[in-house]
Design a protein around this ligand. Structure first.
Ligand SMILES: Cc1ncc(COP(=O)(O)O)c(C=O)c1O
Length: 381
């Protein structure tokens, strides 16, 4: 029997009505850059569209202090930050971030996918890291004013977008271990191209034992820098073996799959049902994961959020009971997993139609090729 899905806290928060971009515009007044990119540099960046290496002319910023709350809102020229060497983020990693994309539709309008979801998750992360929360409409306004200022950097074309990186960190000049009394928030953006430059090919994933990115009661469900730092060494070792990313297992028994270093995972069963690791408080609650669950359920697919044992998964891939495995996240949308390996197994996984279908369904909504019955797209400009 298919049981009704109870929305998670992030899903419920993301459904709350918010003001339109026009109503919010102007909260972060623009100080225009006197040194914008040259036409030649701009042309090269927009032609090459690498991921995360080149940034636009401006950035949004605001500062929080215990006395004044959030203030000094503005869109200012992009450039190096001035930070005290004693700034606590450099010592204790008190920082959180988000990742989302601005898409240019065929009529040149600019849209963002579920920004209220990212606002809710930023605050979930901030709470866990003892950082101040940001009002949803302040978060949206920072995106609106920043993207409007740098609208020319939102690329057009299949798979292209402006990747947005909101982040906040403890900037107080103090090396004592305590929640910072001064915090800075920024939004920067990087024009990026389609993830699948080589087509819809699957990636090989190393299932890591002995290292974990997070544990019960830790910061796994928060999007904080430290989680990614913890994932780098196993990731590096897997890359040396020729694998794209690592899949982490639960830290108690090393029996159940959790997620990749930067993506959630889905398993497609031969009986038509789809499974994804349950939200245990250790994995990141991906916006892409949430959208995929919703789309599949509305197509009548039985989507089960549950523990998935690695031994069963490998056996089921070998027997054909599992037909496809894919990963998902904002940057790569939906990525087929073509191989899963560890010290004691190595299995190939077919790239199938279900993965292709869900990738298509989601990207059609994001790039405005299909209607958006969920109201996920937020118009910026
Ligand atoms: C650890 C981790 N899991 C999952 C995801 C997918 O989240 P989303 O779909 O919101 O991008 C990400 C990417 O943000 C991530 O870093």
């Amino acid at each position: 029997m298919v049981t009704a899905h109870v929305p998670t806290e992030l899903e419920a928060l993301s459904e709350k009505p918010v003001a339109s971009a026009s109503e919010l515009a102007g909260r972060f007044p623009l100080t225009r850059s006197e040194h914008p990119a040259s036409q030649a540099h701009y042309d090269t960046v927009m032609k090459e569209l690498a991921f995360g290496r080149e940034f636009t002319d401006h950035m949004a910023h605001m500062r929080w202090t215990q006395e004044s709350g959030w203030h000094d809102r503005g869109v200012i020229p992009y450039g190096p930050l001035s930070l005290a060497p004693a700034a606590s983020v450099l010592h204790y990693a008190q920082s959180v971030f988000e990742g989302l994309k601005a898409y240019r539709h065929d009529d040149a309008s600019i849209w963002i996918f579920r920004p209220s979801y990212n606002a809710a998750r930023l605050n979930h992360s901030a709470k866990r890291l003892a950082l101040p929360e940001v009002e949803t409409e302040d978060f949206l306004a920072s995106l609106v004013d920043y993207v409007r200022a740098d609208a020319k950097w939102v690329p057009e074309g299949e798979g292209a977008s402006l990747y947005l990186r909101p982040f906040m960190f403890a900037s107080e000049e103090f090396v004592g271990v305590h929640p910072a009394g001064v915090v800075d928030y920024y939004v920067i953006g990087s024009p990026s191209g389609p993830y699948f430059t080589a087509g819809f090919t699957g990636v090989p994933i190393w299932v890591v034992r002995g290292y974990h990115r997070a544990g019960p009661g830790g910061t796994g469900s928060a999007k904080c820098g430290g989680n990614y730092a913890a994932s780098l060494m196993p990731q590096q070792q897997a890359a040396e073996k020729g694998f794209s990313q690592v899949c982490f297992l639960d830290s108690y028994e090393e029996k159940y799959i959790e997620e990749l270093g930067g993506m959630n995972m889905f398993v497609v069963m031969a009986d038509g049902s789809v499974r994804t690791p349950e939200l245990s408080g250790v994995i990141l609650e991906g916006g892409t994961r949430s959208a995929i669950c919703r789309l599949l359920r509305d197509e009548g697919v039985d989507v089960r959020e549950e523990r998935i044992g690695i031994d069963d998964l490998v056996a089921d891939i070998r027997s054909g009971k599992v037909t496809e495995v894919f990963a998902c996240g904002t940057a790569a949308v939906v990525t087929p997993i073509a191989r899963l390996a560890s010290d004691d197994f190595d299995v190939e996984v077919p790239i199938g139609e279900r993965t292709r279908h869900i990738h298509q369904r989601l990207t059609d909504i994001q790039w405005g090729r299909a209607s958006d019955p969920y109201g996920w797209m937020y118009r910026i400009d």
